[in-house]
Design a protein around this ligand. Structure first.
Ligand code: DGJ
Length: 766
């Protein structure tokens, strides 16, 4: 049974007790409650796991105080959006400066301006189904569960003195215990209002001592999981480079100290749906109360609202799981598949991709690419992607970026001969682009040197010989849209690998500090317009590897490039961490050369494939130089991948072991109807003489019989679901002879009978 099945009506999900101004959100296995106090402040009452059959909650006595004896009453309240004013010496989610006095200056008051004090008080509330967060996709591609109406609680607040309005928004996805939180600001004063810091939401955790699981890393080491204590003070994870970043990623899992593991314990989790500068700031007060503000990074943030202006933030996706970190991951994965990814269909799978980068780098010829395409097609590749170097004067990374015209030197007849060859071979054609960047040595830069981020009279620091286009200028956004639209209109291109290979420096723009938001809005708008105009287009988000992976970009991209590091020894860490927040379906993973280009390691082909087959399989090696035996092995493994990908791409993921915890990474994906499962083990490090623990499988039908097949189609045995869930996969614990060598395998489990026979003969295939 799928634990996520639920078809709630709105009235069951959000209940309002008008007399107490108490709002209770009941989800499949959790709840969230807030209320307006008599003075109008809206505070958090409680949240956490809740059994589905729990009776009514009696919350009348809960008043939203962290500590009633706190030094000043207001400071002790758990305001749903902590604002500078009511709270002035703790971290806040909103800070506003009113530049003029409201009305007449009262007697005895001095004109101390700006007034940095905002006191938000309840006005009214409503429940709707048509509200959506800021920067929501406009590409028109339906999400999988487009037909499901999700209720949105909107609580209207207003400052006590200024007609400055704030709406707290809660869109509820009860089947995954997830609430999308966002904030709308509306300035109805006659003056400009400066917003100095802004979170999409403040989150309060129940009193306790907590740990944080998150990811940390760098280029080529993205997503490595980290588990740390949250101590008194502020713990911040953030990125300030204009995109989402390699060194950290905007998701969190918060669990009570020592109590949560992969399969058990309450886990408060969340992620930002935004691809620009972001921060998650956890503050543990001296009282041990823990809150978090997630939203725009504050360092260079600025938002000025003119009279009548409205700002709607993107969403912070927040939820709680009662079944550990694995349960939190599965909720986030299912949420992304059902409500975020564009045009996801159960029967449409991410294609097996070939990407030319590591095969040819900038050494591109028409003949060479057609040779690669032939080899790719013979192996069963479905999408052929031509990487960097096909345009303008881009024969190396010092020139041409920004000139999105096909190079006449390389392709005198345009891309048509290559695309036709690729299509005749039965594949789709994809193209690499890096539309936010420019080389100073380019026609575009020579024509418009003012179109880049820079400060007047100051140096323009280059990284990888490139500068960042100023997406604060509508004409730049329009120019880039037109260039890409032109390519898609002229050629049968159905896939863009959308790259971004540097962070911003000297962020001067025509829109000033607003560039941090304008860049993301411009990027999203180009992607959305392209998808709308070219409905067959898929997009892969890439930023020098996994530098732009978040729920915002996933709203308009079908997959992401996980990391430039394709070495399975490192990938096992990267992919374990990636899977904490993001589903395997979007995780593009290439098999590359036996001698890895990033690390220099020599890696067995089985391990390369077994790790890459955990996501959307890609091939990145120089396949026209492989031996006949190697090509046959590639073909066989790609064929096997196609048989398992419905499970890998649509199933629920169980991490049976993470490589960090003992040198072995074991993933199991299971279809919700339990008919099929894929088991993937990669033994990266094992000491001689040590046996591996039993990696007990999960979520199978206990009484059913599963036939286990390997990549050659050999049936390895038939076992009951109960046995596999009690003892693990037979054969994987052994460590004899060369048992400590690096090894891996991927197995497909298919249900062949619903009931175990009374006197079964187990093990041997019959
Ligand atoms: C960085 C990407 O991550 C690589 O895969 C490749 O596309 C290069 N950029 C091309 O410049």
């Amino acid at each position: 049974m799928n634990v996520f099945e639920m078809d709630p009506t709105m009235s069951e999900v959000i209940t309002v007790d008008d007399s107490q101004k108490l709002f209770v959100i009941r989800m499949q296995r959790s709840f969230y409650a807030l209320r307006a106090l008599p003075d109008g402040q809206v505070v958090h009452v409680g949240s956490g796991p809740l059994a589905p059959d729990a009776g009514p909650l009696h919350l009348a006595g809960l008043d939203g105080y962290e500590d009633p004896n706190y030094v000043c009453e207001q400071q002790g309240r758990r305001a749903e959006l902590l604002a500078f004013g009511d709270i002035s010496y703790h971290d806040v989610g909103l800070k506003v400066a009113f530049l003029e006095v409201a009305g007449q200056l009262p007697k005895g008051h001095a004109p101390h301006l700006p007034v940095r004090d905002v006191r938000l008080r309840y006005q009214r509330h409503e429940i709707r189904t048509d509200a959506a967060p800021g920067l929501s996709p406009t590409h028109g591609r339906a999400i999988r569960r487009a037909a499901v109406l999700r209720p949105v609680l909107i609580v209207h607040l207003q400052d006590a003195a200024y007609d400055f309005r704030v709406r707290l928004c809660y869109r509820v996805t009860p089947e995954y215990d997830i609430i999308e939180r966002w904030v709308e600001l509306e300035n109805q004063t006659a003056q400009h209002v400066a917003v100095e810091s802004l979170a999409f939401a403040s989150i309060h955790f129940p009193p306790g001592r907590y740990e944080l699981t998150r990811s940390a890393g760098a280029w080529a080491r993205e997503f490595v999981p980290v588990r740390q204590n949250i101590e008194q003070g502020v713990t911040e994870i953030s990125h300030r480079g204009l995109n989402t970043g390699h060194a950290s990623n905007p998701f969190y899992m918060v669990h009570e100290h020592g109590s949560a593991g992969e399969d058990a314990g309450a886990v408060y989790f969340g992620a930002l749906a935004f691809s620009g500068n972001w921060s998650l700031r956890f503050e543990m007060l001296p009282t041990d109360a823990l809150r978090m503000h997630g939203g725009y990074e504050a360092t260079d943030f600025s938002l000025t609202l003119g009279p009548g202006a409205v700002h709607r933030t993107p969403a912070l996706v927040h939820g709680v799981a009662d079944n550990g970190i694995g349960g939190a991951s599965r909720r986030l994965h299912a949420f992304a598949r059902d409500y975020v990814l564009p045009g996801y269909q159960d029967d449409q799978f991410r294609p097996v991709l070939f990407n030319s980068w590591e095969a040819t780098y900038f050494d591109i010829t028409l003949e060479g690419q057609i040779n690669l395409a032939r080899a790719a097609a013979q192996m069963g590749v479905e999408l052929f992607c031509l990487d960097d170097g096909w345009f303008g004067s881009r024969r190396h990374d010092r020139a041409g970026l920004g000139d999105w015209a096909v190079s006449q030197d390389l392709f005198p007849n345009g891309l048509t001969p290559l695309i036709e060859a690729v299509k005749e071979l039965g594949m789709r054609f994809g193209l690499w682009v890096e539309p936010e960047m420019i080389n100073p040595d380019s026609d575009l830069y020579r024509a418009h040197p003012d179109w880049v981020l820079h400060f007047p009279g100051r140096p323009r620091t280059e990284a990888r010989n490139q500068l960042v286009l100023d997406y604060g200028r509508p004409e730049v956004v329009e120019h880039i849209f037109a260039a890409l639209d032109g390519l898609l209109s002229r050629y049968d291109i159905t896939f863009f690998k959308w790259d971004m290979n540097r962070y911003a420096s000297e962020p001067g723009s025509v829109v000033g500090k607003a560039i941090w938001h304008a860049h993301v809005a411009g990027l999203y708008s180009i992607m959305d317009r392209l998808r709308q105009a070219h409905p067959r287009l898929d997009i892969q988000s890439c930023a020098g590897g996994g530098g732009r992976v978040d729920l915002g970009i996933l709203g308009r991209c079908d997959q992401v490039w996980t990391s430039d590091n394709t070495d399975p020894f490192d990938r096992a860490y990267i992919q374990d961490g990636f899977s904490l927040a993001y589903p395997p379906r979007v995780m593009e993973a290439w098999v590359t050369h036996d001698h890895n280009h990033q690390t220099g390691r020599v890696v067995p082909l089985d391990l390369r494939f077994d790790l890459a087959m955990r996501g959307a399989l890609g091939i990145g090696s120089n396949i026209d130089k492989l031996s006949a035996d190697e090509r046959a092995a590639y073909r066989r493994k790609i064929g096997f991948y196609k048989t398992i990908r419905p499970v890998v791409q649509n199933g629920d993921l169980y991490r049976l072991a993470r490589v960090q915890d003992g040198g072995v990474s074991v993933w199991q994906t299971v279809l919700p109807d339990q008919s099929q499962s894929v088991y993937s083990i990669a033994v990266i490090q094992q000491l001689q003489g040590h046996h591996l623990p039993a990696y007990r499988l999960r979520a199978l039908a206990p009484a059913a019989i599963y036939a286990v097949r390997d990549e050659n189609g050999a049936r390895l045995g038939r076992y009951s679901g109960a046995q596999l869930m009690a003892l693990g996969m037979p054969g994987d614990q052994r460590n004899g002879g060369l048992g400590c060598a690096v090894r891996s395998r991927t197995l497909l489990l298919e249900k062949v009978a619903d009931q175990e026979p009374r006197y079964p003969s187990m093990g041997a295939e019959t």
